[in-house]
Design a protein around this ligand. Sequence first.
Ligand code: MG
Length: 365
Amino acid sequence: MNNKIKSIVSNHYRIPLAEVLYDAKHGKHTHFELITVEITLESNLTGLGYTYTGGKGGSAIHRLLVDDLAPVLVGQEADKVEQLWKMLNWHVHFVGRGGVTSFAIAALDIALWDLRAKSEQLPLWKLLGGNQTEVQAYAGLIDLNYSMEREQEVIAEKLEQGYRGIKIKVGLDDLERDIQRTRSIRNLIPSDIKFMVDANMKWNVQDAIWIGKAMEDLSVTWFEEPTLPDDFAAFQSIGEQIQIPLAQGENLHTLFEFQAALQTNVLQFPQPDVGTIGGITPWLHAAKLCADRDLMVSSHGMHEMHVSLLAGVPNPGYLEVHSFPIDQYMLHAFQFSNGTARPPDVIGHGVVFDQNKLFSFLLEN
Ligand SMILES: [Mg+2]
């Protein structure tokens, strides 16, 4: 088969959320963005890749793809996925090493893996060697602005849908109010349902430890992003002084950042995000780094894609079913019931967007 890349088309969509969602440091979410790429080979086989944002930065990612990354990929052999990942990273190294460059490279890398799986006529998770058809999944709420009534309504809905784990946002400005709110919400969730909290980088070491200790009787499965993601010394200090296990990953945008977080020895629930760490190639490395430490690998965001990655590795942890409803714009429905998600039995990664639904959110190229 002719594996040479013939053309690449990138699109940028800005999609409104059904309600305004708040967390501690990203603040208000009114939209999310999808930045897609479609790679076409000389053989006319096509691969789809994408990344996302919380509503900001999508234009920069899109321009980087169109102006700098796609042009160097056209004409290359698509099956050399790992080599191409390195080449793309070196191409924008000076302005990159993480940040928006990792988001842009992720979109292309995911498309190349889609092509690899399609060439092999396999679903992605089977191509990766996976044999588990079920992945533990939990609901990741973005609820810091919810009234207690809305909180109650949403939690009841998630329990009704079969979720066996719920993550809430924490991080109000007032520490006392924050812990009171967390306690009230904990009372809404049955004790056999996993309960996680996510501070979205809100605190310094002292405040994070105060909150961490104050939550110790609430059966918290993990405390996510208590402080700045790349202040590894602060993260370590917090982890060493509280009982609740720590989580992070969505803001680790290079493999070296991810490795540094693991080296603190207090990251017990690592959550690499395929859309923000640079694609499937580095995500698989990250999963292996976790396995080397006898840790499960969990995920952040992009549940419709991570379900295949978690099903494909030997050490799957928890799939976050994120509040950005990317899966609602897909042709194949996201499969979830009774606390578990199932990877799609479709050749390739199985994420195919419904252009009729996305069309009206397309921005000018
Ligand atoms: Mg988070």
